[in-house]
Design a protein around this ligand. Structure first.
Ligand code: SF4
Length: 71
């Protein structure tokens, strides 16, 4: 059974569920409209931070390098 993961997102500086992170990446890469997010995504900031983030599910599986918050 899938278990949601929650972590401290370095892009927005608050806790984020992996599902929301996935949505951020969908917006970041232009697959869905930005209105789905409850904040305005800074694309140039996401280019730098999300691209290097260990939690970026479109880049690599979470490696545990960042700060994981247990649910
Ligand atoms: S990839 Fe990392 S920095 Fe980008 S939204 Fe997800 S947790 Fe935040």
């Amino acid at each position: 059974m899938y278990e949601e993961k929650r972590y401290l997102c370095p892009l927005v500086g608050r806790d984020m569920w992996d599902g929301e992170c996935y949505d951020v990446q969908m917006v970041h890469y232009g697959f869905i409209k930005p209105e789905i997010l409850d904040f305005v995504l800074d694309q140039s900031k996401a280019d730098k931070i999300c691209e290097a983030c260990p939690f970026n599910q479109l880049k690599q599986p979470a490696s545990g390098m960042g700060k994981m918050i247990t649910a």
